[in-house]
Unconditional design. Sequence first.
Length: 283
Amino acid sequence: MSSNKRAKIENLIDESYQIESMLSTWQEDGVVSPERLRSGQECYQSWYMRAIPFISEVSREKFTDMYEGGMFIQRIKSFLFKPLEINQFHDPSQIDSPFSKWTHPYSTTFLDNFHTQRSLLQAEIYSVTEAAPILAELAEIFARFPSFLQVLQNSKKPNVPAPRIAKEEDLQVLVGACLRLMYDDVRPEDYVPEHGGGRSRVDFLLPAVGIVVETKMTRETLTDRKVGDELMIDWGRYARHPDCRGIFALVYDPDRKLINPAGLQADLTQNQNNPATRVLVVR
């Protein structure tokens, strides 16, 4: 990963929030001086031209379409150059008029499309981030998970209750708390885009690094082969998440149901895949 490239993308993302704030008041005020209009146009267009080189070819057409639009779909360009054009179908005498006052409303013509552009730019950070080192770091940290539990369970202080992991949901609570020691943004049960009429959820998403974290807890009916099969099925769904560049699976095996945990880890840890995957078994 080029740290210089990542820094430039992050600066563009930070700058996008400033542009969003600058343009958000145009239709609220109902008046935009020529100087403010020109300044806003120049700021956005400068940002746009500097962002395009960082957008991969597969995403560039979508990125430019969010600006250009077309004859029937008006996008950012229309808002920038005609932000105060009155919608001829708007009836101000109707409180619940189905038509906006503006021909090119800020929220739908600019903001929605700008958010898409920003998400495409954010995705480029994930594409230049090597997932394998992050997965290795998570594995190193969670390898100490049994020691962490032991300290809490051996505590004699009445106001420090020992955690009880009776089911997978209990495990998720503790894993989520640990992740928040490392990352500011930890999103539990983030949805994967619909596929085949169904929706699935990842246990945790770390959007800053593009990592999905999954938890499994063994039981009588969930041993070596079944754990591996379930992980592979889950990963096929998780890979469709737009922010997923790597998957870390923590398998908690307190009763030692797994016969060959080392083999499970080795077989399902793939650093060169997209997304990269890493399995850690703890007992």
